[in-house]
Unconditional design. Structure first.
Length: 575
């Protein structure tokens, strides 16, 4: 396995200076200094509208956007909509939402490859007239056979020397729908012995009797992505075509088209390593399979690496931006640890999210020496990391709930939470001691009877005694009941496809736990969708923007408190 897993240390995270000095920006500076394309910088993000964007696309978007900003240039959004069988307006709208959410602004420069279908068709005719393209009647299987292998040259199509007038006539008849699919293709005439198989007379157009979501039934032929991509860049005046490493092999073909067509601009293609994450798959085909087969609840399922899924999980655009900066630019593929992405949001929420008390699996506590019916308002700090966060009041009463896991009847010697005869601190409130255990008919603990020290309000005692355990709690009479969704990694192994494995075999059966009886501070029962907070000792949570209802929020766990990267950063503690 040739995988690198960079972390946020010196080898894996680019600081601001290193990010500005990566190899892509070095190329751009070189071009600007040399006056290429008039010294302009114009980039684009060219998604295919055949699925939802994922975290890997975020890296590409932010790279093209920030390069344009840093060099005083422009940034386009262009949909490469050349395959109507797989494209949908739903995907177009979702992509625009995601790009805007990340902060990239294409202003009035939203384009589609379909805007240029007439020009691309005219350029196809130009190649035929120049003797550099021909109509081929080989079917898909024969074309594959004739192409040869990486060690053997290909064979020319029997139609390779078809006269230009005949090819022009057939192309027009293909366009108006005279022939069924698979009858003909338009191919470039380059070199059937070329070591790069992309150059062995590649397909330019194929017949597709499918309506297009923008052009309707106008076209019965559609350009291949490889033919449309570079020319669309040239039409728009793109100077730097930044794309992932798998397109490096396509670059000679793009350059051949640019060399052989009267295009108005010559874009420079620069490749960078695509983003791969542990415990994740990035293929849109596989993500679609997860959705269609019901392994997740849609493209925006918070377990998905899609941007809409991460947004619904509670990630912020700023955390995605910082993650992209830390990953940096590389010239070869590598795998980034998923914990680095989690660290980026956890770092932000640790500074900004208010701390609140929540009991996910309640165990009742009755404080026997506390006055019945009395309600006391306990002042709680909102965030110890933020001196301006202020405080709030939380009701304290005789009957409370704590976490079931915070009590052990048969506790080991170094168990510092509540146990028979043991004493703990209730967060912001009092010391309590467990005096009695109440069980049901099958022996399960249902209630604890405790006494409190009235002199210990605020969590300290006048006699100076210390307790080592601090528990969160809620008032039984005032707590709000909410649904909580505990999300974990979608896959149970770091590399779900390692060794040719079927990625579905490595799905994590425990990637989602739904708790319907969680109890939280009363004010949390009224929060609006999109509210973020830290449930003490449980993690960071986000009020689901879709399933939350007035007075009934649903909380998604964005991240746990455990941070494998925290030791690499100074300061910043989580409770």
């Amino acid at each position: 396995m040739n995988e690198d897993i960079p972390g946020p240390g010196p080898a894996g995270a680019a600081d601001a200076d290193a990010e500005r000095n990566d190899f892509i920006r070095a190329f751009v500076r070189e071009d600007v200094a040399a006056g290429r394309n008039g010294g302009r910088v114009h980039t684009r993000f060219p998604p295919e509208p055949n699925g939802y964007l994922h975290i890997g696309h975020a890296k590409a978007i932010l790279l093209s956007w920030t390069v344009a900003q840093e060099f005083g240039g422009k940034f386009n959004l262009r949909f490469d909509d050349t395959n109507p069988e797989k494209e949908d307006v739903e995907y177009v709208e979702s992509i625009k939402t995601d790009v805007r959410w990340l902060g990239a602004d294409w202003e009035d420069r939203e384009f589609h490859a379909s805007d240029y279908f007439d020009q691309l068709y005219a350029w196809a005719q130009h190649l035929i007239r120049e003797g550099k393209a021909y109509i081929c009647s080989l079917d898909e299987e024969k074309i594959r056979q004739y192409r040869g292998t990486v060690t053997e040259a290909g064979r020319p199509s029997p139609d390779r020397d078809r006269p230009a007038p005949e090819s022009l006539d057939l192309l027009e008849r293909m366009r108006v729908g005279e022939f069924p699919e698979g009858t003909y293709t338009l191919r470039a005439k380059i070199d059937m012995a070329h070591p790069n198989m992309k150059m062995r007379d590649p397909l330019l157009y194929r017949i597709r009797r499918v309506p297009h979501h923008r052009t309707g039934d106008k076209w019965n032929i559609y350009p291949l992505y490889d033919f449309a991509h570079g020319q669309c860049d040239a039409i728009e005046g793109i100077t730097h075509s930044l794309c992932s490493l798998e397109f490096e092999v396509n670059r000679p073909l793009y350059e051949w088209f640019i060399d052989n067509l009267p295009v108005p601009c010559r874009p420079r293609q620069i490749e960078f390593a695509r983003l791969k994450l542990t415990y994740t798959v990035m293929s849109k085909r596989k993500l679609l399979q997860l959705v269609k087969n019901g392994h997740v609840n849609g493209w925006d399922d918070p377990r998905m690496p899609t941007l809409c899924g991460l947004r619904r999980l509670g990630y912020t655009a700023s955390s995605i931006n910082r993650f992209a900066e830390r990953v940096g630019m590389a010239k070869r593929d590598s795998t980034v640890d998923l914990d680095l992405l989690k660290w980026s949001i956890r770092e932000e929420l640790n500074r900004e999210a208010p701390r609140v008390m929540a009991v996910l699996r309640p165990l009742k506590v009755v404080i026997t020496n506390y006055p019945e019916g009395q309600v006391e308002q306990i002042v709680c700090e909102n965030n110890p990391e933020d001196p301006n966060a202020g405080t709030r009041e939380v009701p304290f009463t005789r009957d409370l709930y704590i976490e079931q896991d915070d009590f052990r009847e048969d506790a080991p010697r170094k168990y510092f939470r509540l146990k028979p005869g043991g004493e703990v601190r209730l967060k912001h409130a009092y010391f309590i001691r467990c005096d009695e255990i109440v069980k049901d008919a099958v022996g399960a603990v249902t209630e604890l009877r405790c006494t409190y020290d009235p002199e210990s309000r605020g969590g300290s005692s006048p006699d100076g005694r210390k307790v080592q355990g601090t528990l969160q709690w809620v008032s039984a009479a005032h707590a709000a009941k909410v649904e909580v969704r505990l999300y974990d990694n979608l896959f149970r192994v770091p590399f779900p496809e390692e060794g040719g494995a079927d990625f579905l075999d490595n799905l994590n059966p425990d990637s989602l736990e739904v708790i319907t009886g969680a109890l939280v501070e009363p004010a949390l029962g009224q929060v609006a969708p999109g509210y973020r907070c830290q449930f003490m000792r449980h993690g960071y949570f986000f009020a689901d923007p879709i399933d939350s209802r007035p007075g009934a929020p649903v909380f998604n766990r964005t991240a746990t408190l455990k941070d494998s990267w925290a030791k690499l950063e100074a300061g910043g503690k989580s409770e």
